[in-house]
Write a protein that binds this ligand. Structure first.
Ligand SMILES: [Ca+2]
Ligand SMILES: [Ca+2]
Length: 373
């Protein structure tokens, strides 16, 4: 009984640790190498997007979309537990897919060796029953043919010892590029009709951002309450109206750009001077800007921070308990900018600080200005 109790304690607390994103493997990045066809390998971990710091446990190489290249399915212990990586490299090149059906060797023919004669030499693959941690790759063996129209020969060495060979010489073109074959042990070769389909595109940066938020364009943004000016040391120096909540700043025919920031936010330090410079252009485009500090401690830092960054546009401070509720799991991330219409509905969300977010702000500063800046 006691052991069972310990086990559930461990399960509960370990899963809590993983949900928090902690790592068993010291945040080691996943690695992917691309063969350069006999002249070494290229590290494509970063460019492929596979270099996650998650603790990977199982990886499966399989052609999920039947387009002739291997895609990768990855299982991790924590974070994004399941990830599917679509291979976009070389999928217009020729390939030959071979499925094996054993008779004397067992249906799956594990241990069978398939060799393919091609213009570029002989390719060899072994039908394996498992690979990596609790994982099994595509049971269909996939050979790349490059630009060749067909392979020259195909040879299967079954676990039973039987060797079967198919030559291209008979002109039947069974082993032409793009074919999917099923070879039956001691029997014939069938051409399989496969249907290709499209794996979904990965999320773009806006979709990725929206997936971390509990609100979306079209929603009415919460009417976050503001701290009184006299609660903030030096607060009487803050620009802007002494409104009590966000919706009090909405004006007919105008949009409101709300920039959530805090004194501890390093990128905010870089972003806010940029917003300051764009303020007149926003205004000319019918956009009012308000900086909304979400500082809950050290309020004495707010006004000095604004002096340091040269910010003179209107700033408010909120202690509204709904701020964490804006984010999935309460995981606050700033800077975050939200463009609202005159009714308080979300028109656009801009997160983080990067060249891309800067471009989004530039676009808001130029939308209606026509002649530019
Ligand atoms: Ca594929
Ligand atoms: Ca592909």
């Amino acid at each position: 009984m006691e052991e069972a109790g310990n086990e559930s304690y461990t399960d509960e607390h370990m899963s809590a640790i993983f949900e928090e994103g902690f790592s068993f493997s010291g945040y080691e990045r996943d690695f992917l190498a691309l063969s350069r066809g006999g002249s070494g390998y290229l590290d494509i971990s970063g460019v492929s997007g596979i270099d996650s710091i998650g603790d990977g446990r199982g990886a499966v190489f399989a052609d999920f979309d039947n387009d002739g290249d291997l895609d990768i399915f990855l299982v991790s212990l924590q974070g994004s537990a399941y990830e599917l990586f679509r291979n976009n490299v070389g999928h217009e090149r020729g390939f030959l897919r071979v499925e094996l059906r054993g008779t004397r060797s067992g249906r799956d023919a594990f241990g069978a060796v398939v060799r393919l004669g091609t213009d570029a030499g002989t390719l060899t693959k072994i039908k394996s029953g498992g690979s990596g941690y609790l994982a099994q790759h595509d049971p269909r063996l996939l050979f790349g043919l490059g630009d060749a129209a067909h392979a020259q020969w195909l040879e299967v060495t079954w676990p039973s010892g039987l060797v079967q060979r198919i030559d291209n010489l008979d002109g039947s073109d069974v082993i032409a590029a793009g074919s999917a074959l099923r070879v039956t042990e001691g029997g014939g070769v069938e051409i399989l009709r496969e249907s290709r389909f499209s794996l979904v595109d990965p999320l773009n940066s806006v979709e990725t951002l929206l997936a971390t938020l509990e609100f979306a364009p079209g929603d009415v943004f919460p009417d976050l309450s503001f701290r009184r000016r006299d609660e903030i040391p030096g607060g009487e120096a803050l620009a802007g109206e002494a409104a009590t909540s966000l919706h009090g700043l909405l004006r007919p025919g105008r949009r409101l750009l709300v920039n959530l920031w805090a004194t501890y936010c390093i990128p905010c330090r870089r972003e806010m001077p940029e917003l300051q410079a764009m303020t007149p252009h926003f205004a000319a485009n019918g956009i009012d800007l308000v900086g909304l500090s979400i500082d809950t401690e050290s309020l004495d830092r707010v006004v000095p921070f604004l002096h340091q960054t040269g910010v003179t546009y209107p700033v408010q401070v909120t202690a509204d308990a709904r701020v964490p509720e804006l984010y999935v799991g309460g995981r606050i991330s700033i800077p975050l900018s939200v463009l609202l219409d005159s009714e308080g509905r979300v028109l656009q969300v801009i997160g983080g600080w990067s060249a891309e977010t800067a471009a989004s702000f530039e676009a808001l500063a130029q939308t209606l200005a026509g002649t530019g800046r």
